[in-house]
Write a protein that binds this ligand. Structure first.
Ligand code: AMP
Length: 416
């Protein structure tokens, strides 16, 4: 595989898939530019070598139609200031041949939102799956998607994918386009390299004891993750809302706590599988319960198996935290996904903050820690501990799919 660090971009045009899907307010102002800043190391390397940049991204979900509110033109100035140079804008991403051909070394061209074309995502438009003509429409769309990807590929000499957030999608710009470059002319950007390395550090090269902390609201959304991890970890901590399904399945009284009745058999199967595989499954033993789902609710700490009627478990109790602290501090590899309480409410954020502290402390003692997937990332940021863990992933869905053991098409297209 070609490595970006060893590649010299001098005199070459680089087509770079970035993730510039930044949040905007109603006036089109960027409210968080993390994603733009995240791409800068890759973009600077190419420019400093004497290459030129053709930047492509999606923004939001325009569903194959032009939508001015989701135009990447709105962020061209922000990209220009991040790169400290002018940025040209191509208002039609599939008709940028001339603009691309005219690019000089050191220049930057930003393409309009790729998802204004349905070919980017490659889903047939205006036809439902149960329609007998769907398969034909899908075949036709696959061909148009390949043509669209070829159009993009022809703008440049080399392809770089630095958009980890969309690496789990087989879209024109994230995977199909790579078919039009030989192995010496396609590579991962720095951000992607770091994400892939972080995943490998926990899934392939983990030091033991390896502990996974899985929290969040629903068992259903994390079942595949849990199943894959059972073959890899020594300790599995299950906390947060999803823990109550495991407690109820064992005959516990969980009051009004969040749970999924239909997943109780799965929860018991996970417990049995953990036993068979010698995994130490650590569930909550005590919870801080509330008499309503609000920050100002009344609170009481109760045994997890005896939550009173009318009360719901909202945060991890101290006895749970004490157990988890011991496990986390004795770990050499830690993977954390999902909060162990309703951390958005100040009064129920304590447990999640403590977990963040334990993970930071274990990291200081030499453990490798990866925080991945939406809300746990928000949690370490909230407690100001993001720079005290080994790696914080930027791609929620992509990270979860990787932890499930799935191959990410965006990575596979380059690293095969
Ligand atoms: P997820 O997206 O599955 O990682 O879930 C994150 C959400 O789980 C956050 O919004 C938390 O507020 C929520 N959550 C965590 N613990 C609980 C709980 N005990 N009861 C209800 N929601 C919870």
């Amino acid at each position: 595989m070609t490595n970006i660090n060893d590649f010299n971009f001098a005199g070459l045009k680089a087509l770079v898939r970035v993730d510039f899907n930044v949040p905007l307010d109603e006036k089109g102002n960027i409210t968080d530019d993390t994603r733009i800043r995240g791409a800068v190391p890759t973009l600077k390397k190419i420019l400093q070598d004497g290459g030129s940049l053709i930047l492509m991204s999606h923004m939001g979900k325009p569903k194959g139609k032009i939508n001015p509110k989701l135009s990447l033109g709105q962020i061209a100035n922000a990209v220009a200031s991040a790169l400290a140079r002018p940025v040209k804008f191509a208002p039609d991403c599939a008709k940028a041949q001339k603009a691309a051909a005219d690019l000089q070394p050191g220049e930057v061209l930003l393409l309009e939102n790729l998802r204004f074309y349905p070919e980017e995502e490659g889903k047939p438009v205006g036809i439902e799956k149960d329609n007998p003509a769907y398969d034909d429409a899908k075949k036709r769309m696959k061909q148009s998607q390949a043509d669209f990807a070829k159009t993009l590929a022809e703008y440049a000499d080399v392809y770089v994918n630095d958009a980890f957030g969309t690496a789990h999608r087989r879209h024109a710009s994230t995977a199909v386009v790579a078919d039009y470059f030989d192995d010496d002319h396609k590579m991962l950007g720095y951000l992607m390299e770091k994400e892939v390395e972080a995943i490998d550090n926990v899934l392939k090269n983990a030091q033991h004891p390896f502990t996974a902390i899985i929290g969040g609201s629903k068992v259903s959304s994390k079942l595949a993750v849990i199943k894959n991890l059972l073959d890899k970890v020594d300790n599995l901590i299950i906390g947060g809302g999803m823990g109550f399904t495991f407690i109820k399945a064992q005959g516990g009284h969980i009051g009004e706590s969040l749970h999924e009745d239909d997943l109780m058999p799965e929860a018991l199967a996970v417990m049995e599988a953990a036993k068979q595989k010698g995994v130490n499954l650590s569930l909550s033993v005590e919870t801080v319960a509330a008499n309503e789902f609000s920050n100002d609710a009344e609170r009481q700490t109760v045994d997890i198996f005896n939550i009173p009627d009318g009360w719901e478990g909202m945060d991890a109790g101290q006895r749970s935290l004490d157990n988890w602290k011991k496990i986390i501090l004795s770990s050499k590899t830690i993977l954390w996904n999902g909060p162990v309480g309703v951390f958005e409410f100040e009064n129920f954020a304590h447990g999640t903050g403590e977990i963040a502290k334990y993970v930071a402390e274990a990291t200081k003692n030499g453990a490798y820690s990866l925080i991945g997937g939406g809300d746990s990332v928000a949690a370490v940021n909230k407690f100001g501990l993001a720079d005290q863990v080994s790696y914080v992933s930027t791609g929620g869905g992509a990270m979860l799919e990787a932890i499930e053991g799935k191959t990410l098409p965006g990575v596979a297209a380059i690293k095969h």
